[in-house]
Design a protein around this ligand. Structure first.
Ligand SMILES: [Fe+2]
Ligand SMILES: [Fe+2]
Length: 256
């Protein structure tokens, strides 16, 4: 449980490109909405599909756009970032595909769920072992936050269920056994939050892709983790700047 209040801005699926599904004006409006958040987020987490095609011009444009982000940030790779051998540019321009980031108040464990030129995702045995070790080595005072692109449980309002992590059962077991506080995901372009045992699982909708679903338009999440153990997730509609409470969970961890 955090000793203070912390705030995570959770964005996903920006699909940045000059030739495809990217709405640049919505992206810029989203950045403005992020800038005006009060209180400011302690960190911004992007859960993948930074680019639309994974090609060099997409990453170059993404790097240019990221210059305007005023917060510390973490980016996980998505299946679109892996397209066209894109993971090699992701590593070069953005950073590692799997890594841990210790922010003092929280340990973020970022995992590469996509595979080259596939829409399906999996972590696989080796990454599962890496995840278990990373969780076990995290001190009890820190929040444990896992970040990856594909969803761990089905997301409603997103059509026929496809692409849930292929090894979701094993990964969910690791998550629950290790009392993970938060799992942050994207991919389905629909926001969603659910609590299973002590873990809150959150999907962000798309930030700036034109491929939205029904009336679930471009949005991002603001996740407030309070010192009293509650978690509140607010969805911000980028076009209207309207905020709506997506979910409020009374306590992060029953054992603390
Ligand atoms: Fe996407
Ligand atoms: Fe995706």
């Amino acid at each position: 449980m955090p000793r203070k209040n912390y705030r995570i801005a959770h964005i996903s699926d920006t699909h940045i490109t000059k030739h495809g599904q990217f709405d640049e004006s919505i992206f810029n409006m989203g950045l403005e909405a992020l800038d005006t958040l009060n209180p400011k987020p302690d960190i911004l987490v992007h859960t993948g599909d930074l680019t639309d095609n994974g090609i060099l011009p997409d990453y170059e444009l993404a790097m240019d756009k990221l210059k305007s982000v005023r917060y510390r940030y973490i980016i996980a790779p998505g299946n679109h970032d892996e397209r066209n051998y894109g993971h090699s540019i992701f590593k070069e321009m953005i950073g590692p595909l799997d890594f841990e980031r210790d922010e003092g108040w929280a340990k973020f464990i970022v995992l590469n769920s996509p595979e080259p030129d596939r829409d399906e995702g999996r972590l696989g045995r080796r990454r599962q072992v890496y995840l278990e070790e990373a969780l076990r080595s995290t001190s009890a005072e820190k929040l444990k936050v896992i970040v990856f692109h594909h969803h761990l449980v089905p997301v409603p309002y997103s059509g026929r269920e496809v692409n849930v992590l292929e090894d979701a059962g094993d990964v969910l077991d690791i998550v629950l056994q290790n009392h993970v506080d938060l799992v942050l995901m994207g991919h389905r372009h629909v926001r969603h939050a659910i609590k299973i045992d002590e873990t809150v699982l959150v999907n962000a909708g798309t930030f700036s892709c034109i491929r939205t679903r029904g009336r679930y338009l471009q949005s991002f999440n603001v996740i407030d983790l309070s010192a009293d153990g509650t978690i509140k997730i607010v969805e911000v509609d980028i076009k209207t700047n309207e905020e709506r409470i997506l979910k409020y969970f009374p306590k992060v961890n029953a054992s603390t």
